[in-house]
Ligand binder design. Structure first.
Ligand code: NDP
Length: 256
């Protein structure tokens, strides 16, 4: 039987690579994003070409009613959820120095990167607990896509860094709370990955990478993150509750 995965922000970038990886490895998919389905072009059909059933669940994860409707769409389409990948997230619209950061930007980033995933996880976790009660062999997995910004300071996007630092605790909270139901929770923590999110700072990161930012001297790719998500979802790390898996090419290794 194919498993069911909900990937938030699965319509582009890292989330889309995760969707492809899962679809090619036995999952049917609920893909979430904020754009209307008509604006996605051939994205969903590309994923379907691997034989997966794919349903698009439009919704802004920072809005309570949208989270509920994403949940309803997934359950109506598939009747269950085996894997939640909390991937959707945003950078600040404008990189402003910590001394100039606006409350508006702070609130926007916190709502999408921190509050939304928390309450979506709460909805899905309750569903997974129900599934566990109905069938003891059920084992759910929740994977949170964090960021090295949980520990690496960028003073010109404080709100993003603070959201990802909080998100690290989100992962650990759920790992502890859900362990009794056999639900595994992990954080995957990417470094600098080539997506739309980093498209405005390509030259800057080209320069930094050429100067030795990463131990592995290249950009990270969405596929690098996707492969780690598949490994975690495949129960390859059965005694690693709440663990953080770095996908940063060695960026966070202290060097002298
Ligand atoms: P992109 O900007 O390329 O894609 C963002 C995705 O999230 C899109 O699918 C978008 O939907 C969706 N999204 C944005 N806001 C919302 C929302 N409010 N509700 C639902 N979906 C939303 O980002 P990346 O792929 O680069 O990033 C994915 C995750 O990885 C993020 O959490 C990011 O913080 C994290 N990350 C990224 C790194 C990088 O270098 N790129 C490094 C470390 C972590 P739509 O297509 O409809 O707009």
């Amino acid at each position: 039987m194919r498993k069911i995965a909900l990937v938030t922000g699965g319509s582009r970038g890292i989330g889309l690579a995760i969707a492809h990886e899962l679809a090619g490895n036995g999952y049917d998919l609920a893909i979430n994003g904020v754009r209307d389905e008509e604006r996605l072009g051939a994205v969903l059909d590309d994923i379907r070409s691997s034989g997966a059933r794919v349903v698009y669940c439009r919704g802004d994860i920072s809005i309570s009613a949208d989270r509920q409707s994403v949940y309803d769409m997934v359950l109506n389409a598939f009747g269950r959820v085996d894997l939640l990948v909390n991937n959707a997230g945003v950078a600040p619209l404008e990189r402003l120095d910590a001394l100039e950061l606006t409350e508006e930007s702070y609130d926007r980033v916190m709502r999408i990167n921190l509050k939304g995933p928390y309450f979506l996880t709460q909805l899905i976790a309750k569903q997974m607990v129900k599934q566990k009660m109905a069938d003891n062999s059920f084992s759910g997995t929740i994977i949170n896509i964090g960021s090295i910004s949980a520990t690496v300071v960028s003073p010109n996007r404080a709100e993003y860094c603070i959201s990802k630092a909080g998100y690290a605790m989100h992962s650990r909270i759920w790992a502890v709370r859900l362990a009794e139901y056999g639900i595994s929770v992990y954080e995957v923590r990417p470094g600098v990955i080539r997506t739309d999110m980093t498209s405005a700072v390509i030259e800057k990161y080209d320069r930094l990478i050429a100067g030795g930012l990463n131990v592995q001297p290249r950009w990270g790719l969405p596929e690098d993150v996707a492969r780690s998500v598949l490994a975690l979802a495949s129960d390859s790390f059965p005694f690693s509750a709440g663990e953080v898996f770095m996908v940063d090419g060695g960026l966070t290794i202290n060097r002298l």
